[in-house]
Design a protein around this ligand. Structure first.
Ligand code: ZN
Ligand code: ZN
Length: 154
C-alpha cells in the first residue's frame, strides 16, 4: 500500500518519497512529491511518479523494459467532508488508487525498442535489426542500391 502520512500543520510544500507496489505493475512504483494543506483544508499533492514496465516493441515485437514516468498534481478533501473515493483521513491518505489511475493514463499506446528500430520484414518476418533478407520490399531494393554505388564511383 502506498500511504502518505500527513501532518495537518503543514501549509508550505513538504517533500515526501514513497515506494511501493500497485496492482498490474510488476515493479516498484516510486512517488517523489510534496504536499501541503491550503486554508480550506484541501490537501494538495504533486510530484512525479515512476516505474518500470515490460513491454513489446511495436515494430520488431522484442520485449524490453521501459520506464514509465509522469508528473501529477491533485487536490483532496477530508473524508469527513467529501464523499469521494479519494480523500484523506485523520492520519493520512492512501494513494494506491489515484496513482494507479495516473500511471494507466500515462501509458503510451505504442512502444519502440529504439527510435531507429527497423522492425520485421512484412514479407518473410525476419528481424531487420539483426539481418537482411532478399525480399523485394518497397523501401530498399538491393539492386538499385548497387547501381547507385556504381554510378557514384564514376
Ligand atoms: Zn523494435
Ligand atoms: Zn523479408
Amino acid at each position: 500500500m502506498m500511504r502518505l502520512l500527513l501532518n495537518k500543520q503543514v501549509n508550505t510544500p513538504k517533500n515526501f518519497y514513497i515506494s511501493g507496489f500497485l496492482p498490474e505493475f510488476k515493479n516498484e512504483v516510486i512517488i517523489d512529491g510534496a504536499y501541503y494543506f491550503s486554508e480550506n483544508n484541501a490537501l494538495h499533492v504533486s510530484g512525479s511518479l515512476r516505474t518500470e514496465i515490460s513491454v513489446c516493441c511495436d515494430r520488431c515485437l522484442k520485449s524490453f523494459t521501459s520506464v514509465l514516468q509522469t508528473t501529477f498534481e491533485e487536490e483532496f478533501m477530508s473524508k469527513d467532508l467529501a464523499k469521494t473515493y479519494y480523500a484523506y483521513d485523520n492520519e493520512g491518505i492512501d494513494l494506491d488508487g489515484i496513482m494507479y489511475e495516473i500511471l494507466q493514463s500515462a501509458m503510451p499506446e505504442k512502444f519502440l525498442c529504439s527510435e531507429s528500430c527497423k522492425g520485421l520484414c512484412d514479407q518473410c518476418g525476419i528481424d531487420l535489426n539483426k539481418s537482411i533478407c532478399q525480399c523485394d520490399t518497397r523501401e530498399i531494393n538491393p539492386k538499385f542500391e548497387m547501381l547507385r554505388s556504381l554510378l557514384l564511383e564514376d
